[in-house]
Ligand binder design. Structure first.
Ligand SMILES: [Fe+2]
Ligand SMILES: [Fe+2]
Length: 340
């Protein structure tokens, strides 16, 4: 694959960071509700594709949310460096997905989104889905890392064991521990650094947007993916969505040429990750409903309570099968897939 084409566009980073913020639960709310337009620049032409299929390899980053929160609290709270928290290893899983994009000419391009966390869990998950063979056979073009959080990044050695020369798309905002992890994992392939603050076309119909924002557990920056699906509209795929789901949806609509109609959404939406609903989050659900998406496959850190509220608001939630450790059929879970 060619390096991402330089469609990066300037945005007002200062304004975006102001609207997103870092931090604890109180700040999640402001991070989810954004101003209607945060920057001014010409929308980017990212081309079109025919369809996008996302297969959930694992969305269970932790199996017990209360244990995860206790680990964070005992280590000093949400601003603590993730690399020094004594995580309970029995509670870790990971987040990773296989993305398959059908081009307008019928060919398919395939890449991985994120690596998961617990190596044993990810080894089981990748082998269960046949990802190990796909990597060995060179059927996966690259790994797209959404952000440095442990549950999306620390499973890297497992992927590189199958394919050390895999191209990795990442950012330059990783902490020294993260850069060391890439090195120690035996990476021998190309490392593509996505520039923050704009839309990077990866290939026709597929683009990444990079948000250089401070995030909980001392992480900086998150990328999200946009797909412009012919005759359908805009599909947004996220890791954790720390930039805020409404911010992200609006960003895609306003910064991709042709303002494609919002059509689909996949991934962790970080609305209520630990299931304690606050009525201040109600406008997030009504905001998503107002986008009139046709398919919403929310999982991971979205929170089941948030998904239940989406269903109650007639948002077309795509449900799964609750297998391989996923807790509920309300979300696209481990081993499930969705086609946009
Ligand atoms: Fe996550
Ligand atoms: Fe995250």
């Amino acid at each position: 694959m060619k390096a991402p084409e330089s469609t990066t566009r300037a945005i007002s980073r200062r304004n975006f960071v102001k609207s997103v913020g870092v931090g604890g639960a109180a700040l999640y709310v402001s991070s989810l509700l954004g101003p209607s337009r945060m920057w001014a620049a010409e929308p980017a032409d990212i081309g079109q594709c025919k369809s996008v299929k996302v297969r959930c390899i694992s969305e269970t980053s932790w199996f017990d949310g209360a244990q995860f929160v206790a680990d964070v609290k005992n280590a000093g709270g949400m601003s603590t460096n993730q690399y020094v928290v004594p995580w309970n290893p029995k509670n870790s899983g990971g987040y990773s997905a296989l993305v398959e994009v059908e081009a307008l000419n019928g060919t398919t391009r395939r890449f991985l989104l994120d690596t998961g966390w617990n190596p044993a869990w990810m080894e089981y998950s990748y082998q269960r889905e046949g990802i190990d063979d796909m990597l060995r056979k060179g059927e996966i073009e690259f790994l797209f890392l959404s952000h440095e959080h442990l549950d999306h990044f620390w499973g890297l050695p497992v992927i590189l064991k199958y394919r050390p020369d895999l191209k990795i798309l990442t950012s330059n905002s990783y902490y020294p521990e993260g850069r060391e992890l890439i090195k120690k994992s035996g990476h021998k392939g190309q490392l593509v650094v996505l520039r923050p603050g704009g839309v990077n076309q990866l290939f026709p119909g597929c683009a990444a947007a990079t948000f250089d924002i401070p995030i909980i557990l001392r992480v900086q920056g998150e990328h999200a993916l946009f797909f412009n699906v012919k005759d359908k509209g805009l599909v947004t795929v996220t890791g954790c969505c720390h930039m805020g789901v409404l911010n992200l949806l609006k960003y895609g609509q306003e910064n991709i040429q042709g303002s494609p109609t919002p059509y689909g959404l996949y991934g962790g939406l970080h609305i209520c990750p630990f299931e304690q609903w606050d009525e201040k989050l109600d406008p997030v659900i009504s905001g998503i409903a107002a986008m009139k998406l046709q398919k919403v496959a929310a999982n991971h850190c979205t929170g089941l309570v948030a998904i239940q509220k989406m269903i109650a608001s007639n948002i077309p939630v795509v449900q799964g099968t609750a297998k391989y450790g996923s807790h509920s059929n309300l979300c696209i879970g481990n081993g499930d897939e969705v086609v946009f």
